[in-house]
Design a protein around this ligand. Sequence first.
Ligand code: NAD
Length: 352
Amino acid sequence: MSRDFVYSGSPAHIVFGEGKGALAGEWVEKIGCRKALVLSTPQRQADAEALAVRLGRVAAGVFAGAVMHTPVDATERAMETVARTGADCVVSLGGGSTTGLGKAIAYRTDLPQIVIPTTYAGSEVTPILGETEGGRKTTVRHPRILPEVVIYDPALTLGLPVGISVSSGLNAMAHAVEGLYAQDRNPISTLMAVEGLRAFKAALPKIVEAPRDIEVRTEALYGAWLCGAVLGTVGMALHHKICHTLGGTLDLPHAETHAVMLPHTAGYNAAAVPELLAPVAEIFGGAIGGGLWDLATQIGAPLALKDLGLSEPDLDRAAAIATENPYWNPRPVDRRSIRALLQDAWDGKRPA
Ligand code: NAD
């Protein structure tokens, strides 16, 4: 077996532990800044304002206008607040939508970012920014986009609704599954992927039972860091291409789309690289596609694209776009097989 690989470690600071969110102000100063603009979605504005109060003299203000898929007009509004307040860094408190806004600001201004993630999306440890404008999603990868500091505080995830926790967890797991067969995988990314999948397999059913259990939330957030780090270091394949198409072009919700698609795409690729997915097959008790689908069923995750608002005629369009400029994939991709895979996912069928 060949062992050739390139490994580049991420320069970000990762701070992990219950209560560590309280260190945000210290980190603003540690990275040499004095005026932090706190970012959030409109739903989390009260939390963002409370954080700004705790930041005290290093707070520049709050911008609570983060929106899913990082629309450019929302970024432009945030940039006006950056200019008006004279902020010299951002603190993004929330899920991937809020992190996306912080990245969009950093990409344009090179302001440092501190991210306090409250979902499992994983964006906080990647140098990737997806933006939308006029219904089109574009993705850029740049070192300026990678957040400088990430503070993982499981206490801040206790109130994450079970439905979002479950979908977001499967979204994270998708990064790890695709990382296992990535062309540019390395021994560290593979170790992180397997450990991240193990953590989520253990934590997600327990979150459904006891969403406010700090130990279980800690395990899930630890899994989120691992899976996100895999996404940040190696290339993604068919699964992410399909979800990118369904989310960016057909406006399906991000995490839920990942949750529905993962058993199908993993099952499809397992046929080509069973040896690379063997560690996951072991964690999920046999066949990957079926095993992931059973976990999704057990934890009440969405199972069918038709339940996410996609109409059946849109499947043709989705298959066409997803196969137009395909990402590298371990199993050949053609329009017919992807159309069939999408049909199964639309119907909510259990993959083999
Ligand atoms: P999100 O950030 O939109 O959060 C989902 C909902 O949960 C929001 O309404 C939010 O306000 C709420 N929420 C978040 N934390 C909460 C908490 N602790 N308690 C209660 N409610 C809470 O969704 P997401 O799935 O985290 O992120 C999706 C976005 O992230 C998409 O735009 C996607 O493209 C992007 N993303 C990017 C990358 C990347 O590397 N660039 C990686 C993953 C996701």
